[in-house]
Write a protein that binds this ligand. Structure first.
Ligand code: BTN
Length: 308
């Protein structure tokens, strides 16, 4: 109902009477008033006049009804502990493929390797539940597809030259703008789900004292729509996954990376390695070349470019 009321108010772009809304939507004027009241509470600037209602401005909040065709798959929470936990609960309950759990802020946002993820107002924090028909060993291809599609979205929609850094960070001019974290569950050879958690610094001011970070707002100098970012990313990601061809995801991703040829330090749960990034193999593992020329395959870890 909220979506339909907003649609009418947006189409008219003028004052719309309660009577017209009630007629078009087949509900009483009192119900219309209650919905409008709720929308105003949610941040929609709807101006009541003696002649009816006029929509001035909508909040940039990823409310499900703002995503036409996806409204049943988007779950939005103004505040949540971590979108990863809710996504896991939903995935285990059998939610549909590409269900999204989004939050305005997270109280316990998680980063990779047990770090915390600053999740202040203005950023976009979401986890997407994926149920691809692939063996569990290939699940990391989903993460590569997600970072590839997010970098493409930043380039194509916002004209920001985003690059991917192994394994799944997104940087702009050497500063991190987006981080990804994934969790999966499998039964034997059957991948039950892989949940990809994505944190994008959009209109927030990430703590630059902590590490080299940036946000879309810092780069462009103005706020952008998180709704647009989420829907444009979802379009690209769902289309890429539906196209199949999982074998080519990493090679597509490599066209967007700046990691290859870089001097790096790789930190894993137990070890630390230094060397040059020789390649990223088709499974997404990093091939590190040491000073002696020896090659080492690293499947999981954090990568620090020496000059970053
Ligand atoms: C990293 O770079 O360390 C990964 C950061 C991932 C952050 C996102 S925000 C949405 C989702 N929920 C979380 O708790 N973490 C991920």
């Amino acid at each position: 109902m909220k979506r339909r009321i907003l649609q009418i108010l947006r189409n008219e772009n003028d004052v719309v009477s309660g009577e017209l809304l009630s007629k078009e939507l087949g509900i009483s004027r009192v119900s219309i008033w209650k919905h409008i009241h709720k929308l105003r509470e949610l941040g929609y600037d709807i101006f009541p006049t003696p002649k009816g209602y006029r929509l001035h401005k909508s909040p940039d909040t990823p409310f499900p009804w703002e995503f036409l065709g996806r409204e049943d798959r988007i779950h939005y929470y103004p505040t949540i502990s971590s979108t990863m936990d809710m996504a896991r609960t939903l995935a285990r309950k059998g939610c549909p493929d590409f269900t999204v759990v989004a939050a305005g802020r997270q109280e316990k946002g998680r980063g990779r390797l047990d770090r915390t993820w600053q999740s202040s107002d203005g950023g976009l924090y979401f986890t997407i539940v994926c149920k691809p028909q692939i063996p569990p060993q290939l699940s990391s291809r989903m993460n590569f597809a997600a970072s590839l599609c997010l970098a493409k979205t930043l380039r194509e929609v916002f004209n920001i030259y985003a690059q991917v850094k192994w394994p799944n960070d997104i940087l702009v001019n050497g500063r991190k703008i987006c981080g990804m974290l994934s969790e999966m569950e499998a039964h034997g050879d059957l991948l039950l789900y892989v949940n990809i958690g994505i944190g994008v610094n959009v209109n927030n001011d990430p703590d630059i004292a902590e590490q080299k970070v940036t946000s879309i707002k810092n780069i462009l100098g103005y706020d952008v729509s998180r709704q647009t970012l989420l829907s444009e990313f979802s379009d690209r990601f769902e289309t890429r996954i539906a196209a199949g061809g999982f074998d080519t995801i990493v090679s597509e991703w490599k066209k967007y990376t700046m990691s290859i040829g870089q001097k790096v330090r790789i930190v894993t749960v137990n070890d630390e390695y230094q060397g040059l990034v020789h390649d990223i193999d088709e499974d997404g593992a990093l091939i590190l070349k040491s000073d002696t020329g020896a090659l080492k395959k690293i499947i999981y870890g954090d990568c620090f470019h020496n000059e970053i």
